[in-house]
Every structure is written in structure tokens, then in C-alpha cells.
Design a protein around this ligand. Structure first.
Ligand code: SF4
Length: 307
């Protein structure tokens, strides 16, 4: 395989088209097994409801995306499905890396023990300390209990939070919480207008300059306090355009985020295929090369900035 180039000035990696063309399907897919949820977060990007696929549909989907290295079981909240255990059991046998995106509020000890050995890790949304999280998401105590159950069962947890005006002054506290809970990672994400956040005033979103200032403060604190939890952050720009491939509950595949065009099919995503009719290899081969490059860069850690 060809080598990847690195630009020392921009600190970015670049792939040639030839290298990208050697990869025949996505490295990672996010499968939304439902859009239903037991929370009602103010900034939820996936609030628009779509009918759940049946378990048989999901078995068919597993065949359509066969060979994908990593699959996220996502939502909505996947645990609201009555057949969640059956889905995880089935998908864990089909894919090398199965991971779970969850709000964790209904992960009790029994569920955490079941998930051990089936999923490689869980990503849990938490926006800040109790009162800050409860302003945007709610159910802080239940989410933290779920995180503790996962960690006690031996499952790695990554916390995800958005940069919001409401939580920006408290991100150091969130980093402390993430470290105290012994989570592996804290991922800080720039919000985009999608789903419920489309209706909100962007007054709730900090300016890039404010976020950058906070990142600098977090860097200094991390060095001083010595948190073990890794802290990473993502800005959306041309290098991340269309990196994520979301499989909707109706098996449409959408590339996300697309921020610089009005031609999006659903807020900030673009419809790129349908897994009822096409295999994932076919959808991948028809993807614009820039989306494939973003996908590979993101999932090899090259579009992620570390604190
Ligand atoms: S952000 Fe996640 S947890 Fe919150 S309402 Fe949306 S799907 Fe549910």
C-alpha cells in the first residue's frame, strides 16, 4: 500500500486517491436501530422519528454490511428496544468491533454484565456536572450510575459532550468527573444544526474563539492535574465533511456532517444509498472521494485533535 503524506505545517495527513481506492468498504458504520429515546435532550440531532426496523430486517442488514470492521449500535437510545439483547448478541457474532452509543440511563448491573464480551466499548453522552447536564439532557445520576455499571463490568467508556455556552465554563469539572469515573476518553464535539438543534438559536453555541480558549485552559489543567482520561475534540471543517456514514432505521445511508451546502437531504446529511437495495460496497464505491478521504482520516484518528 502507498504511504500517507503528512503536512508538518497544518499537521494533517493526506491520502492519495489511489490509497483511498484500495479500501473497498467503510471502516466504521453507525447503525440506528431506533430513533426512539427515553430522554429529550435539547440538542438531539436524531429526534426526527422513523419506524424501527424489525429484528429480521436487522439480520438482513448485517449481511448487507458484512465485512465492516466496526459497527456502532446507535439510536435514539438502543436500549429502548425490547429485543436489544437479541440484537447485540447477533451483531457481536457478526462484526469484529461492536460498540454502543447510549445515554446509559437504563444500564443496570445485569445489562452491563451481559454487554461485557459482546461490545468493545460504549460511548455515553454527558454534558457536564449534574445541574449543567440536567439543563440540556437530564437524568445525570442515572447516566453516571450506568457508566459505573459499565466500567465495573470491565467495559471501556468514552464520554461525549458538545461545546455549548451552558457547559463551557464547566468542562474542566466534566474532565474531572470523566477521570474520577475512570473513563478512557472525553470527546468534545462542536454542535451542528441537525434534528432538535435546528430549531434552536445558535446563541447557545460558543464562538470558535471561545472554544479555542477553553481548549487551551483544559490543556494547562490536564498537564497540571494529570488526568488519565484522554481528552479529544472535533471541529467540523472540510477535512471532516461527510466522514460519518449513518444507517437510518429505514436503511438509508447518510453521509454526515455536510455544512457547506444547501443540498442536504436531512439537515446536515446527504443521502448516499439504501441498504435494502444496495450492498455497502456498492454504496462506498459511489461515494464522492472527498467523503471517503474524510472517513478514513477520521477513523484513523487523523481528524481528531488531542488535548
Ligand atoms: S441526544 Fe441521544 S440521549 Fe439525547 S434525546 Fe437524542 S438520542 Fe436520546
Amino acid at each position: 500500500m502507498e504511504k500517507v503524506d503528512f503536512d508538518i505545517e497544518t499537521q494533517d495527513f493526506f491520502y492519495s486517491d489511489k490509497l483511498v481506492n484500495e479500501i473497498k468498504q467503510p471502516l466504521s458504520l453507525t447503525v440506528q436501530v431506533t430513533r426512539r429515546c427515553n430522554l429529550c435532550c435539547k440538542w438531539c440531532s436524531e429526534a426526527k422519528q422513523i419506524k424501527d426496523p424489525t429484528f429480521d430486517d436487522l439480520k438482513f442488514l448485517a449481511d448487507q454490511i458484512k465485512g465492516t470492521r466496526r459497527v456502532y449500535i446507535s439510536g435514539g437510545e438502543p436500549l429502548v428496544r425490547k429485543d436489544f439483547v437479541k440484537i447485540v448478541d447477533y451483531y457481536s457474532k457478526k462484526f469484529q468491533v461492536l460498540a454502543l452509543l447510549t445515554n446509559a440511563i437504563s444500564i443496570d448491573e445485569k445489562m452491563a454484565k451481559f454487554l461485557k464480551g459482546k461490545i468493545k466499548y460504549a460511548k455515553v453522552g454527558l454534558d457536564g456536572p449534574r445541574s449543567i447536564n440536567n439543563f440540556t439532557r437530564g437524568h445525570y445520576d442515572e447516566a453516571v450510575r450506568g457508566i459505573k455499571n459499565l466500567i465495573n463490568a470491565g467495559i471501556d467508556v468514552s464520554i461525549s459532550a458538545m461545546f455549548l455556552k451552558s457547559n463551557l465554563p464547566y468542562l474542566d469539572k466534566l474532565a474531572q468527573i470523566a477521570d474520577t469515573l475512570d473513563t478512557k476518553q472525553l470527546k468534545l464535539i462542536e454542535p451542528v444544526r441537525r434534528g432538535r438543534s435546528s430549531n434552536f438559536s445558535m446563541a447557545g453555541v460558543p464562538k470558535k474563539s471561545e472554544i479555542k480558549k477553553k481548549i487551551k485552559e483544559l490543556k494547562i489543567l490536564k498537564d497540571k492535574v494529570g488526568w488519565n482520561t484522554k481528552i479529544e475534540y472535533t471541529f467540523w471543517d472540510k477535512k471532516t465533511k461527510g466522514y460519518s456514514l449513518l444507517v437510518y432505521p429505514n436503511f438509508e445511508v447518510h453521509a454526515w456532517p455536510i455544512l457547506d451546502t444547501k443540498e442536504t437531504s436531512d439537515d446536515t446529511s446527504v443521502l448516499v444509498g439504501n441498504l435494502y437495495k444496495q450492498s455497502i460496497q456498492e454504496i462506498w464505491s459511489n461515494l464522492p472521494i472527498e467523503f471517503r478521504k474524510s472517513h478514513i482520516a477520521k477513523y484513523t484518528g487523523m481528524a481528531m485533535r488531542k488535548i
